[in-house]
Write a protein that binds this ligand. Structure first.
Ligand code: HSE
Length: 299
């Protein structure tokens, strides 16, 4: 018995929804295979694609921790063990929910292997345990989008209360990943703990109108809502060429552009694949001009 699961890369925050909004990206993500073993206990037997950067010890690995918390909740005696093989197909520290993709795929695969004791939504708190280990804070915006797909709003993660939102048909996403690494832990540490009331008002107005725009397929409203006055200005300093890339994206027709999760990747939303590709080229030109390598992904 063997189950191989895929979980996608994700864009968290989506400008105005810090820690509560996220969406899944097509065509980029991690695979985890779960299988029975005669030796009791949980093991990570292999990790490929991350150049030896991730620990194989279950208690130190985000996917391992996520599955451990799930097995603990089940609290069952079993004679067999479970082996995990992790295939990382996306960069670490990219702001694309790399740890979340592995955790989500791992809990999904093990849940299937065990005959689905949990619903997909109920898997969320376990995957969040992995995020807690990775970033020092339990946030569910990446894992919820990786587990459920599309756009999601995390109302609360404990108890799990995640709402799947509408995704307008024409919406396309450009992702540019400058080849630098930012650890979520570090880019959370620099955030201010207090928010001025006026900024909070602007932010929740934008979050509300973005969600309205997603439901009414109102691309202009989506564009007018994709602003972040709280988190983006603090984190942008960690990303070389940020303002120039954002400007280039908007100039080439992006509805909006901001940091993906905790960075350094940026995402831009647009109404067509052609536009999304043009936007990617324009953002890439900025990074080339400052001598930074990058990867582009359109979905
Ligand atoms: N909401 C989290 C943050 C996502 O911005 O720190 C991390 O990818």
């Amino acid at each position: 018995n063997k189950i191989k699961a895929f979980a996608p890369a994700t864009v968290a925050n989506v400008a105005c929804g810090f820690d509560v909004l996220g969406f899944a990206i097509h065509g980029l993500g991690d695979y985890v295979t779960a299988s029975y073993s005669e030796e009791p206990g949980l093991r990570i037997t292999s990790i490929s694609g991350e150049e030896g950067k991730l620990p194989k010890e279950v208690e130190k690995n985000t996917a391992g921790l996520a599955v451990l918390s799930m097995l603990k909740e089940l609290d069952e005696e079993r004679e067999f063990g479970i082996d995990l093989e992790i295939e990382k197909k996306m960069p670490l520290g990219s702001g694309l929910g790399s740890s979340a993709a592995s955790s989500a795929a791992a809990v999904f695969a093990v849940n299937e292997l065990l005959g689905k004791p949990f619903s997909r939504h109920d898997l969320l708190p376990f995957a969040v345990e992995g995020e807690l280990a990775a970033s020092g804070t339990a946030h569910a915006d990446n894992v919820a989008a990786a587990l459920i797909g599309g756009f999601i709003l995390v109302k609360t993660h404990q108890p799990p209360d995640v709402i799947s939102l509408n995704t307008p048909d024409k919406l396309h996403c450009t992702i540019i990943h400058p080849e630098i690494e930012i650890q979520t832990k570090n880019s959370r540490k620099i955030l201010r703990k207090q928010v001025a009331l006026q900024k909070a008002v602007t932010q929740w107005a934008n979050l509300g109108s973005l969600i309205a725009g997603l439901y009414t397929n109102d691309y202009d409203l989506i564009g007018r809502s994709l602003h972040d006055e709280i988190i983006e200005p603090v984190r942008a300093v960690l990303i070389p060429g940020f303002s120039e890339m954002q400007e280039a994206a908007l100039h080439h027709g992006a509805l909006g552009c901001s940091i993906s999760g905790s960075g350094p990747s940026l995402f831009a939303l647009s109404k067509s694949r052609d536009e999304a590709e043009e936007i990617g080229k324009a953002m890439g030109t900025v990074l080339k001009s400052i001598g930074l390598e990058y990867n582009l992904h359109i979905s």
